[in-house]
Design a protein around this ligand. Structure first.
Ligand SMILES: NC(=O)C1=CN([C@@H]2O[C@H](COP(=O)(O)OP(=O)(O)OC[C@H]3O[C@@H](n4cnc5c(N)ncnc54)[C@H](O)[C@@H]3O)[C@@H](O)[C@H]2O)C=CC1
Ligand SMILES: CC(C)CC(=O)C(=O)O
Ligand SMILES: [Mg+2]
Length: 354
């Protein structure tokens, strides 16, 4: 199969991990007889430095015309004083919104080789396999107004959702639960927030269409605790933008490292944007120590969700699983075995692709 992939490395560790995704995909193409071409474009702070905007029109246009998008990460202290509308993170929010990528899938899977490395009890984390489905184009990150008033002494952010926005993400939650363990945990703050109360109503209405799915409503604060104390109790979690952002970083503790979590941002066709859950990690950027596996696993998700290449996607996941089982690891992973640099990890994944 021939596919064009937009590669947007971004800032900080973004370019380092992007090299991993591109190299591994080239290896997959060679082994499985595909033709992948990569078009690289600037986004985030790198784009701001070059063009004065974190999402140049050319980047948006070619990314939108590609078969799928890979994105590294954006942001960093270098752009702290940039006007708020031009900050690197605004480029990321805008590409998600413009391309209508409203469903963010964040698998939280504990690899057998890493159950010891989790700071949590081994018996708790073993076998954990959660799919967090985060609404990605609404809520607090997008609602207007968002401003300072009264000479800067009052601030406003707006949590706004339409019924349609909630319905479509809740539908993704039910459909995912239907083909997985048939359990859906809907996470909200319905004891306080009006948006959460409507969210609950919609989940209850939709549950009538999915009688086989067991639905549980949970408040976000106690869910944050249970994700750590009983991660195995969760299967599919559906939640709004901010809660999903926070809970997924938290859930990375269960897996052993934030550097292991991939994500897919999808809409209703097969098009998608694939990026690690982590950010630009400026504290370790340029040191060849960042864990490239979250980005590589995101490329693996792209093969499955955008290209329908299930066996190729499995090959990527199995390569990662096998090299970890053999003890090869980056600095963030606390396991026995051989410590590798980022570029050595990438080479190793390529060798394990079968
Ligand atoms: N999708 C994106 O582009 C995102 C961008 N950001 C931006 O990234 C910048 C830094 O944000 P932080 O809060 O520090 O979050 P971060 O996710 O970049 O880093 C948090 C901590 O985890 C470590 N870490 C992250 N990824 C790692 C990996 N693959 N391997 C090893 N260690 C890893 C970092 O070194 C750091 O200590 C900010 O400008 C923020 O806005 C944050 C989250 C997502
Ligand atoms: C710009 C932020 C919303 C990025 C982030 O933290 C995320 O999507 O996980
Ligand atoms: Mg985040």
């Amino acid at each position: 199969m021939k596919k064009t992939i937009a590669a947007l490395p971004g800032d900080g560790v973004g370019p380092e991990v992007m090299k991993g995704a591109v190299s591994v995909l080239k290896k997959v193409a060679e082994v499985y007889g595909h033709e992948f071409s990569f078009e690289e474009h600037l986004i985030g702070g790198a784009a701001y430095d070059e063009f004065g905007t974190p999402l140049p029109d050319a980047t948006l246009k070619s990314a939108g015309n590609a078969d799928a998008i890979l994105l590294g990460a954006v942001g960093g202290p270098k752009w702290d004083s940039v006007d708020k509308t031009l900050r690197p993170e605004q480029g990321l929010l805008k590409i998600r919104k413009e391309l209508n990528l409203y469903a963010n899938l964040r698998p939280i899977k504990v690899f057998d080789a890493l159950v010891h490395s989790s700071p949590l009890k081994e018996s708790r984390v073993s076998g954990t396999d959660i799919m967090i489905i985060r609404e990605l184009t609404g809520g607090l990150y997008f609602g207007m107004p968002r401003e300072r008033r009264d000479g800067g002494n009052t601030v406003v952010d707006t949590l706004l959702y339409t019924r349609e926005e909630i319905e479509r993400i809740v539908e993704v939650g039910f459909q995912t639960a239907q083909v997985r363990g048939k359990k859906l945990t809907s996470v909200d703050k319905a004891n306080v927030l009006e948006s959460s109360r409507m969210w609950r109503e919609i989940v209850d209405q939709k549950s009538k269409d999915y009688p086989e799915v067991t639905v549980e409503h949970a408040l976000v604060d106690s869910t944050a605790m249970k994700l750590i104390t009983a991660p195995n109790d969760f299967d599919v979690v559906v939640t709004e933008n901010l809660f999903g952002d926070i809970l997924s970083d938290e859930a990375s503790v269960v897996t052993g490292s934030l550097g292991l979590l991939p994500s897919a941002s999808l809409r209703d066709d097969s098009f998608g944007l694939y990026e690690p859950v982590h950010g630009s990690a400026p504290d370790i950027a340029g040191q060849n120590v960042v864990n490239p596996l979250a980005m590589i696993l995101s490329a693996g998700m792209m093969l499955k969700y955008s290209f329908g290449m299930d066996k190729e996607s499995r090959a990527v996941e199995q390569a990662v699983e096998a090299l970890l089982a053999d003890g090869f690891h980056s600095k963030d992973l606390d396991i026995e075995g051989e410590l590798l640099s980022t570029s050595e990890m990438i080479e190793k994944v390529m060798l394990y692709i079968k």
